[in-house]
Design a protein around this ligand. Structure first.
Ligand code: F6P
Length: 350
């Protein structure tokens, strides 16, 4: 067997742990040859495909490294035209690939599904700090991102307290509020604003004003996809050719402008950005990523292709790519964490 492995979409902590686990599992259990594809689908659709051999030495010592040793791309789209699709399939055939392991988010799963429909056997491994992939209640990278945001919120607390300010911290997460919700709770935010619940500026201002008289300062944790009631998401820029061309960002500044006229205290905004995607994975993410990589290898060896590794009710499994492609997993409005947040007095801005 010769298996290709690629990482697609935005990077996240734990990718190297998956590459290591899938490679070691395949080498040990069936003596397969493993070929790393460089820069996501870009390395497979270029005129000359770019690959590197993944052997025991190459994947040793990478478990705790952030990023991806293979490189990634969130622009490469092998389905952009029939000619590109054909070249990608021809390259896979020329490389002698029996199957491809595609480690990525919803965009990568959609591309993997498209290629699978054209006859390239694929196993998908879900990754994203956003934790928004269907069929995967916990994606690796998320725990690390939550830890990073939590630490940032703790640091913001002390400076906000000293100056008596309203501090807004914007997290990543795209259209899902998982990072803002979990980090907001872990970092003791007073207000948590999510893409799933449109916020009311007056309601948020009321919380800040009440705290102005009692605690002097307020910390607001807002997901980048959040929007004011009746408004639109804040788009930082559009990336041509990307399967998902919208890059969100900047809603913290929008909220700052909305709140400042309504408050006595100074309102400041911090956008955490890519710091949330960098650095070493937490032990939890290393273990989860190792399990996902090993599970992908087991699926390949069992001939179960065109499926994505899943984690549901704490149990590893798989689902057909067709069932997960082109979908997001948002925070359900009846999620117990939302209820708990409200019950302990955290405002959700509604
Ligand atoms: O999907 C992961 C993610 O980090 C999102 O949270 C964020 O909106 C997006 O990727 C940022 O993408 P880029 O690195 O292209 O700016």
């Amino acid at each position: 067997m010769r298996i290709g492995v690629l990482t697609g979409g935005g990077d996240c902590p734990g990718l190297n742990a998956v590459i290591r686990a899938v490679t070691k599992s395949l080498l040990r259990q069936c003596g397969a040859e493993v070929l790393g594809i460089e820069d996501g689908f870009a390395g497979l659709m270029d005129v000359a495909p770019r690959t590197q051999r993944l052997d025991w030495e190459r994947v040793s010592g990478i478990l705790m490294r952030g990023g991806t040793i293979l490189g990634t791309s969130n622009k490469a789209n092998p389905l952009a035209s029939p000619a590109l699709t054909q070249r990608t399939l021809d390259n896979a055939r020329a490389l002698g690939l029996d199957a491809l392991v595609a480690i990525g988010g919803d965009g990568t799963m959609a591309l993997a599904h498209g290629l699978a429909e054209h006859g390239l056997p694929v196993v998908g491994v879900p990754k994203t700090i956003d934790n928004d992939i269907v069929g995967c209640e916990r994606s690796f990278g998320f725990d690390t991102a939550v830890a990073t945001v939590t630490e940032a919120l703790e640091r913001i607390q002390t400076t906000g307290q000293s100056h008596g300010r309203v501090m807004i911290v914007e997290t990543m997460g795209r259209y899902a509020g998982w990072i803002a919700l979990e980090a907001g709770l872990a970092g003791a935010a007073d207000v948590i604003l999510l893409p799933e619940i449109d916020y009311d500026v007056d309601a948020v201002a009321r919380v800040c004003r009440e705290r102005e008289t009692r605690q002097r300062y307020t910390v607001i944790c807002i997901g980048e996809g959040a929007k004011v009631r009746g408004g639109a998401m804040t788009v930082e820029r559009r990336v041509a050719d990307s399967p998902d061309p919208l890059r969100l960002g900047g809603v913290a500044h929008v909220l700052r402008e909305q709140l400042q006229p309504l408050l006595h205290s100074e309102v400041r905004a911090t956008v955490l950005g890519h710091v949330q995607r960098g650095g070493v994975p937490t032990p939890f993410d290393r273990v989860l990523a190792t399990q996902f990589g090993n599970q992908a290898a087991q699926l390949l060896m069992a001939g179960q292709v065109n499926r994505m590794v899943t984690l549901q009710a704490g149990v590893l499994g798989s689902l057909p790519l067709a069932d997960v492609a082109h979908q997001h997993r948002n925070v359900p409005l009846d999620h117990p964490l939302l209820q708990a947040a409200r019950q302990i007095g955290v405002s959700l801005g509604d």
